[in-house]
Design a protein around this ligand. Sequence first.
Ligand SMILES: Nc1nc2c(c(=O)[nH]1)N[C@H]1C(S)=C(S)[C@@H](COP(=O)(O)OP(=O)(O)OC[C@H]3O[C@@H](n4cnc5c(N)ncnc54)[C@H](O)[C@@H]3O)O[C@H]1N2
Ligand code: MOO
Length: 392
Amino acid sequence: MITVTEAKHIISNNVTALKPVTLPLLQARGKVLSTDVFATVDIPAFPQSAMDGYAFAYDDLQKELVIEGEMAAGSSSTIELTTGKAIRIFTGAPVPAGADTVVMQEKVKAENGILIIEDDKLQRNSNVRPVGSEIKAGELALPKGSVLTAAAIGFLAGIGVTKVEVIPDPVISILLTGNELQQPGNPLSYGQVYESNSYSLTAALQSLHLPVHRVYKVEDNPEVLTATLQQALDESDLVLLTGGVSVGDYDFVLQAAEKCGVTKQFHKIKQRPGKPLFFGTKDEKLVFGLPGNPSSVITCFYEYVTEALALQTKRPLQLKAVQTILAKDCIKPIGLSHFQKAYYDGEKVLPLTAQESYKLNSFATANCLLMLEGEKEAYKTNDPVTIHLLPV
Ligand SMILES: Nc1nc2c(c(=O)[nH]1)N[C@H]1C(S)=C(S)[C@@H](COP(=O)(O)OP(=O)(O)OC[C@H]3O[C@@H](n4cnc5c(N)ncnc54)[C@H](O)[C@@H]3O)O[C@H]1N2
Ligand code: MOO
């Protein structure tokens, strides 16, 4: 069995970023640019008024100015202001040639077509946005590797970009194994359990803004599992299997993966929950065999699958680590790393009850995983510890 750190190293050494695709701007939110984006035009493309008011030539500041004409936003008029004149102007409108300064309408008296300026702070070029002051044609707008936030999308639209080259979302399939699984909403027959792993995985992916391509449900039959895994691999960049990775007579995931040409990278980690976690690769495609217990599935997703997703997408998808202190004494199993469901109040972390891997009841109220690693077994109140914050 390998350690948590070794398992994470194996993942980082075996996952490559997905091939870039070109997408319409609005489909690229949250994705990472795979090329630099340059501006092709000056923005603003014309000297632009930043206020509703009057445009004039600063050299005329001391003169009595005659108001003549009007420039609204969107005006294509190319009139030129002559000396001694001011023009009514609105925010976003082109400042006409001959004018270089705009005074806010709150700081003037405009009577009988004559403008009297009452603004002692006014300077040459006040309230005029120069051509290219947001960005100039040919300048770098956003470098390769930028995450496209809402503001980045708006910025690119604002410089006229309509498409971008980005690292796409991976195509993710979930493959559930187990004859005992029953869909929630149906009555449970004796021996059945409600299928919950596809729900927690789909929701965890949703919180990372990643869609699920398809959920397959397979009975514990090696031929059917192999054929279904093959189909899922053909369609996907990442396959998440749940259940069937342990040593039972009905645990067929490892042999199905081998038959599909998946190279085993690791199986079994010195940890709880999720000891029999499997990770394999087929070319650039990834396969995780998540141990079926509901708490093992979601813990392994957060601790390992997010690492792989971060490498496939170049997005910061891993859980955020925080150093804190324990709110009470706790123990962990000898020789295993323990990811405990816990609650962090901003000052201390409280390990919760129900740490067994078949239970989700305290996980449902946890907001972090408490990482108890290495050989130490007993921890005391106020001991320093690391936690991983769970996304909502
Ligand atoms: N002899 C041994 N037995 C087990 C070992 C071991 O080392 N030696 N390891 C145990 C550990 S630890 C884990 S974790 C589990 C993992 O087993 P599998 O991955 O093979 O999972 P299953 O046996 O298929 O299922 C385990 C458990 O989870 C329930 N389950 C499965 N899928 C779902 C689902 N979609 N929704 C809800 N619940 C699900 C399933 O009914 C079982 O109760 O192996 C231990 N055994
Ligand atoms: O690894 Mo298993 O999750 O301890 O039950």
